[in-house]
Design a protein around this ligand. Structure first.
Ligand SMILES: *[C@@H]1O[C@H](CO)[C@@H](O)[C@H](O)[C@H]1NC(C)=O
Ligand SMILES: *[C@@H]1O[C@H](CO)[C@@H](O)[C@H](O)[C@H]1NC(C)=O
Length: 284
């Protein structure tokens, strides 16, 4: 929602500014097709074709955009969707409005590691250096504060899946809490997404046992991103039609979050319950 509001604001500011070339003759406005679901809710319903990626037909737009929808689902950057949609489905104004270079750079900084985790590099067609550096005729420049905040948010690391611990005593769990930065409790679910593929998520709130360096208001989102950065972990950790509660223990190093241990929370597991109860008064 943030992106759409920002877009609407930026677009209304820019309308007054855009002079520029008449592109009405060589391009046309079309309704954003329903297959391009990631660009619905961006604050407008018609797009220019050819778009800024040089795609000339809707079929081409839809097929090329498919690669991006998974990345956008990871929530790698709050402006990622606005950015990608401004290229794939540019708003139908009198002139093309490019995304700002600062937005491209910020999105690349956050999202390139996610692509790398999936074995892809940042595409050459989205080279931020090709976007003009000026900030006054472009879409949704990031303010210095926003840039700072997103840079500082802890981000999930591309990692192998931590094993789920099995036999352990409460003292071993306390020991593990002592040797890591944070511990939290989250209920994970797998539901059928509208698009057909499995979708992994968190049900309810994330509960801190030890907050460490995590930010309370961003942690749910962070764990969600962590689940999607290496989906094979999410797949292992969830079951269809049944939510599973985990204690997730990990570290934050240089803004990167690494999950080191997982415990499966079960009501009858007295060792785990004992450990979380004793933690409050425990001295490491
Ligand atoms: C994702 O997790 C699996 C299972 O632990 C691991 O084999 C794979 O290397 C991980 N992927 C990346 C890119 O780290
Ligand atoms: C999950 O629930 C849906 C609908 O309730 C059902 O159609 C499906 O067969 C269930 N899947 C499993 C694996 O039990």
């Amino acid at each position: 929602m943030l992106a759409a509001q920002t877009f609407a604001f930026a677009a209304s500011c820019l309308l007054g500014l855009t002079r520029g070339l008449d592109i009405g003759l060589s391009t046309k406005c079309v309704v954003i097709p329903k297959e391009l679901g990631m660009c619905h809710d961006v604050g407008y319903s018609e797009m220019r074709l050819p778009n800024l990626m040089g795609h000339t037909s809707l079929a081409e737009v839809i097929s090329k955009a498919a690669d991006w929808s998974h990345l956008l689902q990871t929530g790698c950057h709050p402006f990622a969707r606005t950015f990608v949609c401004s290229l794939f489905a540019p708003v139908c104004l009198d002139t093309f409005i490019q995304p700002c270079r600062s937005v491209c750079l910020a999105v690349r900084r956050s999202c390139a590691p996610v692509l790398a985790c999936h074995g892809h590099s940042w595409p050459a067609s989205l080279d931020c250096e090709r976007i003009p550096a000026g900030e006054d005729m472009c879409l949704a420049p990031l303010s210095k504060e926003e840039e700072y905040i997103y840079k500082e948010f802890p981000k999930p690391t591309c990692q192998g899946c931590p094993a789920v611990e099995d036999a352990f005593s409460y003292t071993a769990v306390l020991e593990a809490f002592c040797h890591s930065n944070f511990a939290l409790k989250a209920k994970l679910v797998k539901r059928k997404a509208d698009s057909g593929g499995p979708e992994y998520g968190i049900e309810g709130q994330v509960e801190f046992i030890n907050q460490g360096l995590l930010l309370p208001y961003d942690t749910r989102n962070l764990i969600q991103q962590w689940l999607l950065i290496n989906e094979s972990c999410a797949q292992r950790m969830t079951r269809s039609n049944r939510s599973i509660v985990y204690i997730m223990v990990g570290d934050v190093k240089q803004g990167k979050v690494f999950i080191s241990r997982l415990y499966h929370w079960q009501r009858r597991d007295s060792q785990l319950i004992l450990a979380t109860r004793k933690w409050r008064h425990h001295k490491c």
